[in-house]
Write a protein that binds this ligand. Structure first.
Ligand SMILES: [Zn+2]
Length: 342
C-alpha cells in the first residue's frame, strides 16, 4: 500500500519535472531554466544571487555551521549552428556529449521557437557518419530563408517530449532537470533552522566540462560538496555492459566516476543517512562520465565531495527515463543528511 501523501508529493514532483523538461537550456544559455528555478526558490532561501557565469545560488544561512554546497546542473546538451547551406539546411556542432546514433529523424527546437528535423547524408555500405554528415532541416528553401529564422551560433535542443507511465517518466533533459527538481524539493521542505550553512547551487555549463561548478566552488569555498545528477544504469538488454545499477531501486550514492573518487567521509555520511530512515539505495561506480563534483573537489586546496545520482536510461537522447521513486528516495536522503550536524 502506498503511504498517504505519496500521491500528492508525486503529483507535485511530476509537475515540476514536466515544467523543467519543457524548457530549453543548452550550456551557456540557461536563462529560461534559471528564471523558472529562481521563481520557485525565492521564498525559501535567506539569500539568492546569480554569478558571472550564470550559476544560481540559494543560501540557507547558519554562520556557526559547516558550509555544504549542493550542486545540480541546469544545462542540457544541444546543437549549435555552424554553417548554412545554399539550399537552407543547417550544419551544426555538438554542445556537450551528443550521440550521433540517435540523431536521424530527431526533432529539435531553437530558442526563438523555430523547429527542425535532423537528417543525415546517405552513407555507403558499412560507412559510419561523423557529426559533420548530419544537418537540421527547418523547412527553409534557401540560405536567405533559413537566415530569417536562425543565425550562426544559435543552439537547438531536443524537442520537449515529456510523458509518464506510472512512476516512470520519459523526457528530454531529465539530465539534469530531474536533479534540479530534486534539489528544489529539498530546499522547499527543510526545517526552518539547520545545523549547517547550505548552498543550493544550480550550475551552468556542466555538459561542456563542469565549468560553472568550478568558479562557484572557488567563490563559496565550501567545507563539503555534493553533486546531484543522473547516472547510467545496467538494467537494459546489453549483455556486454555490466553496471550494478537499476531504475526504481533507489537513488545511487556515487563511489567513483571518470571525474571524481568520492570522499569516504561524504560517502559514509550518505550511507548512514539512508540507513537511519530506511531509504533503499544503490552504490554507483560509473566507468565513463562525470559530474560537477569532478571540478568542485579540485577547487582551492580540495573539497571533500560526493554525489547523489538518479538512475537514468538513454542519457543524452530525446527519451531519457527515470523512476520518480528514485527521486523521492534521493529527496528523503538529502533532507536527512542536511539535518545532521557536519
Ligand atoms: Zn548531467
Amino acid at each position: 500500500m502506498l503511504e498517504r501523501g505519496w500521491f500528492n508529493k508525486m503529483t507535485e514532483l511530476l509537475k515540476l519535472v514536466e515544467d523543467l523538461t519543457g524548457l530549453s537550456g543548452p550550456s551557456g544559455s540557461e536563462e529560461k531554466i534559471r528564471s523558472f528555478i529562481r521563481k520557485e526558490a525565492e521564498a525559501y532561501g535567506d539569500e539568492l544571487f546569480v554569478d558571472a557565469l550564470g550559476n544560481l545560488i540559494v543560501v540557507k544561512r547558519n554562520p556557526d555551521g559547516k558550509k555544504i554546497l549542493l550542486a545540480a546542473h541546469m544545462d542540457e546538451i544541444g546543437l549549435m549552428v555552424t554553417f548554412i547551406e545554399e539550399n537552407g539546411f543547417l550544419r551544426f556542432s555538438p554542445v556537450g556529449g551528443v550521440n550521433n546514433e540517435i540523431l536521424s529523424g530527431t526533432k529539435v527546437i531553437f530558442d526563438n521557437g523555430t523547429a527542425g528535423i535532423i537528417g543525415r547524408e546517405k552513407l555507403k555500405e558499412k560507412e559510419t557518419a561523423g557529426i559533420n554528415r548530419f544537418y537540421i532541416d527547418i523547412g527553409a528553401k534557401s540560405k536567405d530563408e533559413a537566415l530569417e529564422r536562425v543565425k550562426i551560433g544559435e543552439t537547438a535542443t531536443f524537442y520537449p517530449s515529456f510523458h509518464h507511465m506510472g512512476p516512470r517518466v520519459t523526457a528530454k533533459s531529465l539530465d539534469n532537470r530531474a536533479g534540479c527538481a530534486l534539489l528544489l524539493q529539498v530546499l522547499k521542505n527543510l526545517p526552518a533552522s539547520l545545523p549547517n550553512e547550505v548552498y543550493f547551487v544550480f550550475t551552468a555549463q556542466e555538459e561542456v566540462g563542469l565549468r560553472g561548478a568550478r568558479t562557484v566552488s572557488y567563490r563559496l569555498n565550501p567545507d563539503y560538496a555534493l553533486a546531484v545528477d543522473v547516472t547510467r544504469t545496467g538494467d537494459t538488454p546489453e549483455p556486454e555492459f555490466k553496471m550494478d545499477l537499476a531504475l526504481g531501486k533507489g537513488p545511487a550514492i556515487k563511489i567513483k566516476d571518470s571525474s571524481v573518487i568520492c570522499h569516504p567521509t561524504v560517502v559514509q555520511r550518505m550511507i548512514r543517512a539512508a540507513e537511519r530512515i530506511n531509504v533503499p539505495f544503490q552504490l554507483e561506480v560509473l566507468e565513463r562520465g562525470g559530474t560537477d563534483a569532478g571540478s568542485i573537489h579540485l577547487s582551492r586546496e580540495g573539497v571533500p565531495s560526493g554525489a547523489l545520482s538518479i538512475p537514468c536510461r538513454y542519457i543524452h537522447t530525446p527519451g531519457e527515463m527515470v523512476d520518480l521513486n528514485d527521486i523521492e528516495g534521493g529527496f528523503s536522503l538529502l533532507v536527512e543528511l542536511l539535518k545532521d550536524k557536519w
